[in-house]
Write a protein that binds this ligand. Structure first.
Ligand SMILES: Cc1cc2nc3c(=O)[nH]c(=O)nc-3n(C[C@H](O)[C@H](O)[C@H](O)COP(=O)(O)OP(=O)(O)OC[C@H]3O[C@@H](n4cnc5c(N)ncnc54)[C@H](O)[C@@H]3O)c2cc1C
Length: 148
């Protein structure tokens, strides 16, 4: 089995064609990982959420990691790790263009607000939020097994 390191451009290709990742955040030395949907514009991952644990934690500690994978089996897979910083897009002035950009991506998918809007928690947590991950570093690996 061969494992190749991906170039930044190859990592970006994976991020452009994927819309599902696992977002890891951390508070008080406790990790937390949840699946999320996202869109990539070449510099940021955009996502939609309602208020809940991940948002509360990322507001406190904005350093995050997102894992994106394309796994066929143990011998054939591609994974990309994105390291970056949480940025909430809540200011109508400062973030207007970024929010529009995010909305443009989201609207390409049917019922884009699901499952983020299907909140299990209390009603005061049903607050819609748009955020992005400002990417500081990516790394990627691809595994292949040449035919025997
Ligand atoms: C394919 C897919 C795509 C998704 N896309 C999005 C998205 O784009 N945006 C988004 O906000 N959410 C998305 N979700 C849902 C997401 O994974 C979380 O369940 C949801 O966002 C609630 O997270 P929270 O931190 O607000 O949890 P809260 O509602 O605050 O709940 C906190 C507690 O609930 C438990 N919990 C929360 N989520 C999960 C889970 N998924 N599985 C098991 N236990 C859990 C944990 O124990 C956690 O401590 C997606 C899920 C899937 C499977």
């Amino acid at each position: 089995m061969l494992i190749h390191e991906l170039s930044t451009a190859e990592c970006h290709e994976v991020l452009h064609r994927s819309h599902l990742g696992r977002l890891a955040c951390c508070r008080d030395d406790h990790p937390y990982v949840v699946p999320i949907s996202f869109d990539f514009d070449g510099e940021h991952l955009y996502s939609f959420s309602t208020l809940g644990q991940k948002i509360v934690w990322m507001r406190e500690n904005p350093h995050v990691c997102v894992e994106v994978s394309d796994i066929v089996d143990r011998f054939h897979w591609t994974t990309v790790l994105v390291f970056g910083r949480y940025e909430e897009l809540r200011s109508p002035d400062e973030h207007e263009r970024a929010r529009e950009r995010a909305r443009g991506f989201f609207e390409q998918r049917d019922e884009w607000w699901q499952p983020a809007a299907a909140k299990a928690g209390p009603i005061e947590h049903h607050v819609p939020l748009v955020y992005r991950i400002v990417i500081t570093r990516v790394s990627g690996r691809r595994a292949d097994r040449p035919p025997l």
